[in-house]
Design a protein around this ligand. Structure first.
Ligand code: PLP
Length: 302
């Protein structure tokens, strides 16, 4: 992490941005967070990609869990810019988090006021070499949590215990990442990424009902595909459809566009990143760096 952290309304040294071991969120997972990226752009300034959409999702997640954020959306957006600017970052990963701060034990928090922090760090490729070579993934033995148990459209800390199990399992088995199925057995998503497949020139991605987090990168890619004239269909995807796809790729703020080239040692297509995946990788990278005027509206300069 960088030196300065925005903590409850002001920039402080990272060492001062600490919480008590009695904090409700630490015990019960009652926090919501975001993952946002800033990129160094062609204007020689960093810009945060789709900042407003991330901040909006942050507040929606908090509202669902009735976590009371004592700041406005504008104040959180400003905090995101401040941690990039004041830490002198060019390319950055930004992590706002709002957590139930009461130190009174007991699940039913009477006081749901949030502590809020915004951290930033420099971060390279989330899935490392897989960005270039393509990810080798395994289907997790852990299923995605059904949306009748958890509001899967919220980005809440507690939900990630499921991703953690799947990611650890994949890592211990020597894979780059896991794909989780939903409770019905349809393909859902990665531990921190959405998934697309390509078959006969059409792109498919699982729908909200498949317990996905509706990713902002997923939305970006759907728009870019539409603008490229490629049909995108949201539909339930079986494991067989995934294995017989011509191409597959993950999308996410952290993972950006990462090809998936193998699922449990079965090659997807010819086992190499596909042509549409490569095209989208390049296009996404150009968009976030402000190289394409048409999509400038998604950038908020720091
Ligand atoms: C479980 C999960 N799915 C999908 C995504 C992708 O979402 P986004 O593109 O908004 O980063 C993320 C990352 O936030 C995630 O954690």
């Amino acid at each position: 992490m960088t030196r300065l952290v925005w903590f409850n309304g002001r920039l402080v040294d990272a060492g001062e941005a600490v919480v008590s071991v009695s904090t409700h969120a630490l015990h019960y997972g009652t926090a919501v967070f975001e993952g946002i990226r800033a990129y160094w752009t062609v204007k020689q300034r960093p810009a945060i990609f789709r900042l407003r959409e991330h901040v909006k999702r942050f507040f929606v997640s908090a509202r669902i869990y009735r976590i009371e954020i004592p700041f406005t959306e504008d104040e959180i957006a400003e905090a995101c810019k401040a941690v990039v600017r004041e830490n002198g970052l060019k390319d950055a990963y930004i992590r706002p988090i709002a957590y139930i701060a009461t130190t009174e034990l007991g699940i039913k928090a009477r006081d749901r006021r949030a502590g809020v922090a915004v951290l930033a760090k420099e971060w390279g490729k989330y899935l490392g070499e897989a960005y270039e070579k393509g990810a080798r993934v395994t289907v997790s033995p852990w299923r995605r949590l059904p949306s009748f148990s958890f509001p899967t459209t919220a980005k809440a800390s507690g939900h990630y215990i499921n991703s953690f199990l799947a990611a650890m399992d994949a890592h211990e088995k020597g894979f780059d990442e896991a794909i989780l199925l939903d409770h019905r057995g349809f393909v859902s998503e990665g531990t921190g990424e959405n998934l697309f497949i390509v078959k006969d020139g059409v792109a498919y991605t699982p729908p909200i009902q498949a317990s996905i987090l509706p990713g902002i990168t997923r939305d970006t890619i759907m728009t870019l595909l539409g603008d490229m004239g490629v049909e995108v269909v949201e539909k339930d995807i079986t494991l067989g459809e995934l294995l017989s796809a011509d191409e597959a790729f993950f999308t996410g703020t952290a993972a950006e566009v990462t090809p998936v080239v193998e699922v449990d040692n079965v090659k997807i297509g010819d086992g190499k990143p596909g042509p549409l995946t490569r095209k989208l990788q390049k296009l996404y990278s150009d968009v976030v760096r402000g190289k394409i005027e048409k999509y400038e509206g998604w950038l908020e300069y720091v």
